[in-house]
Design a protein around this ligand. Sequence first.
Ligand SMILES: CC(C)(COP(=O)(O)OP(=O)(O)OC[C@H]1O[C@@H](n2cnc3c(N)ncnc32)[C@H](O)[C@@H]1OP(=O)(O)O)[C@@H](O)C(=O)NCCC(=O)NCCS
Length: 122
Amino acid sequence: MLLRYKKAYEKIAMGLLSYMPGEKSVKKLQETIHLYETEEDWQLYLLKQDEDFIGLAGIILEADSYTVMHLSVNPSFRGEGIGSKIIEKLGDLFPDLECKSTEDTESFMKKCRQKEETQEDE
Ligand SMILES: CC(C)(COP(=O)(O)OP(=O)(O)OC[C@H]1O[C@@H](n2cnc3c(N)ncnc32)[C@H](O)[C@@H]1OP(=O)(O)O)[C@@H](O)C(=O)NCCC(=O)NCCS
């Protein structure tokens, strides 16, 4: 289940965000969380599985697209398709918008697109 960020999730969100390259210092993490808390077009989502928050995605929403700025999965759950599932769920939330990536998220997103194309071909 993909849940929209709220203040009660701050610590778990910062923990997950800290796996992103460029989000290593507490100061940078606080600045990033602040953007998601205050800017309307910055939206943060957490993936909850059973009782645990195991992944996170942060996007900037625009009129006809959204850009995946942050994406991270708890290391204990990696390699199980959770990262691709989060990208898929974002697509379900915003079916009419184009999905864009940043330098940080591009290579994984490209991998997700390739996986989708392979599945469609089967
Ligand atoms: C990137 C990340 C979200 C993937 O989550 P995940 O749940 O393990 O992803 P999935 O299980 O859906 O996919 C795993 C596949 O993606 C590949 N992969 C992982 N990180 C990748 C990256 N940065 N670029 C390209 N492929 C990547 C894995 O090698 C694996 O490949 P395989 O299926 O051929 O074995 C996770 O590794 C993570 O949190 N990394 C730290 C945060 C980070 O660096 N984010 C920026 C990149 S989005």
